[in-house]
Design a protein around this ligand. Structure first.
Ligand SMILES: Cc1cc2nc3c(=O)[nH]c(=O)nc-3n(C[C@H](O)[C@H](O)[C@H](O)COP(=O)(O)OP(=O)(O)OC[C@H]3O[C@@H](n4cnc5c(N)ncnc54)[C@H](O)[C@@H]3O)c2cc1C
Length: 470
């Protein structure tokens, strides 16, 4: 069979693009289809009048040498094409605030900080130190994140630090997320070292093995925003590889592979033959793909994936009109605060080039599993909460400061939750991939939601497809 390209990839988000990139590095061609006319999926950056708003991810955590290598290869490291180079998070971004009692408190980052912080009582602090002596989970079924943290570190750590942290990553419910699936590295620390603290110390001292560990871990973005990364990967793909603004009308299993039919932006219909097929669209878009009923039936358990709505509202203000020093990554908010916000990123404190001179940007996240209705909060509600927590006032009049910039993005199904029944999702994907040779699922509902996880999963899959003879 003469193939049009080796692999067809449906979805030009970061996962699909990295799969194509790794295939190309091994001299295998691919076609990457997307309904959108831009690449990047959830990674979208908007620049307006000196402000930079991220609709989706604000930063990328580089812990793995493969991610760092990719950034270098696509020309985004220092000294890369002017205007796009990598930006490391500022030093002050190491500080993270937690809101308790209407006030922001810096999260402790050292043993002496833990002793001094008002976030935990003395009893709570002593309980945290008992963690190395706590045994393994003896219960039936999956252990939730909330149960794991409470059992190992005590309820105070859960409520004052761990639960807000879960809101920041998954916009999730700590009682519903599976420790094994949602936080596999933390789970592994206990499996391998008997304790999270002992495991963390072993990792720091270099005793624990981590083949691709990037030292030091870096939080980064790019001068013109996160979206430059998928764009730079797309630019590396050979001409004709990207099929944007296309509508697939048929995806058919044939003897030696897959036959795809699509219509391009000019309304012209095309057909192509591929050895392998990668599906990389969001879980809630799967049912709309023109797949054969047998495949859709195998993937039907994925309908159970929950992904609560999240809204990102990026607001600009004059620096002088905010009382808080904004000297950190941002603030996470405890559930007990009953805040209309999940958290706020101090975007222009994290990275340079996020706001004009003497102005700042704040990225306000709302919604999530615990309060999905808050995704509909108005700008007025958000500003009133920012005033309560950060102090917004115009001097000397003292009137409430008005934003100088506003950019809102609503994600009706933002982040897939790796919940207590997530093993069913893995089983369904595995069973579908086994039943249909050369069909692969690669997206953020499988093996990690972070941008870094999606990059690694895409690269690994591309390398696997290039050598796989089936
Ligand atoms: C608000 C928000 C904030 C986040 N913050 C962070 C963060 O700070 N750090 C971090 O690491 N991660 C963050 N994430 C998570 C991370 O951004 C995503 O998990 C990741 O970008 C998903 O990549 P993906 O390639 O799997 O899917 P997507 O980016 O969703 O890409 C899927 C692609 O499929 C395409 N598609 C859909 N239907 C079809 C179809 N019928 N035919 C063809 N193509 C189709 C879409 O157009 C899209 O381009 C955040 C996510 C959100 C929503």
């Amino acid at each position: 069979m003469e193939y049009t390209a080796h692999t067809a990839i449906i979805g030009a988000g970061i996962t699909g693009l990295c799969t194509a990139y790794a295939l190309q590095a091994k001299n295998h061609s691919s076609h990457v289809f997307d309904r959108s006319d831009v690449v990047g999926g959830a990674i979208q950056s908007t620049i307006y009048n000196g402000y930079l708003a991220e609709s989706g991810p604000n930063s990328l955590l580089v812990k793995d040498t493969r991610v760092a290598k990719l950034i270098n290869e696509i020309g985004l490291s220092e000294g890369g094409p002017l205007g796009h180079e990598r930006l490391l998070a500022t030093k002050e971004a190491h500080k993270r605030y937690i809101v308790q009692g209407g006030k922001t408190h810096a999260m402790p980052s050292s043993p002496s900080g833990i002793l001094k912080t008002p976030l935990f009582s003395l009893k709570g602090k002593l309980r945290i130190l008992c963690e190395p002596f706590i045994g393994s989970y003896k219960g039936d079924g999956e252990e939730s994140f909330a149960h794991f943290v409470t059992r190992r570190f005590g309820k105070e750590l859960l409520e004052s630090a761990a639960a807000p942290f879960v809101s920041g990553i998954y916009a999730g419910n700590p009682d519903q997320l599976s420790i094994r699936h949602a936080f596999p590295r933390m789970y592994e620390l206990v499996e391998q070292h008997g304790s999270v603290l002992k495991g963390a110390i072993a990792m720091q001292s270099g005793k624990a093995q981590a083949p691709y560990k990037h030292k030091p871990t870096q939080t980064l973005s790019f001068k013109s925003g996160m979206q430059v990364m998928p764009r730079a990967i797309a630019e590396q793909l050979s001409e004709g590889s990207l099929k944007l603004a296309t509508e697939l009308s048929n995806i058919k299993k044939i003897d030696d592979g897959w036959q795809l039919t699509w219509t391009d932006s000019a309304g012209i219909t095309h057909q192509g033959f591929y050895k392998k097929l990668v599906i990389s669209v969001p879980h809630h878009k799967l049912k709309k793909l023109p797949l054969e009923p047998e495949i859709l039936a195998k993937l039907s358990p994925l309908k159970a994936i929950k992904a609560p709505p999240v809204t990102s509202l990026v607001l600009g203000f004059r620096r002088a009109n905010i009382e808080h020093p904004l000297d950190g990554f941002g603030m996470l908010i405890k559930k007990a605060e009953q805040s209309p916000l999940l958290g706020v990123l101090f975007s222009s404190s994290m990275f340079e080039h996020r706001a004009p001179q003497d102005h700042v940007t704040l990225t306000c996240m709302m919604g999530g599993a615990l309060n999905p209705q808050y995704a509909q909060n108005t700008e007025e509600v958000v500003i009133a909460e920012l005033d309560r927590l950060l102090g917004l006032s115009v001097k000397p009049s003292g009137s409430m400061a008005k934003p100088t910039f506003s950019h809102r993005t609503e994600w009706p199904q933002a982040i897939p939750q790796y919940d207590l029944s997530y093993q069913n999702i893995i089983d369904a994907i595995t069973s579908c991939q086994q039943a249909f040779t050369n069909l692969h699922i690669a997206a953020n509902y499988y093996q990690g939601i972070s941008v870094s996880d999606c990059i690694i999963n895409g690269l690994e899959l591309g390398e696997h497809l290039a050598t796989d003879q089936s």
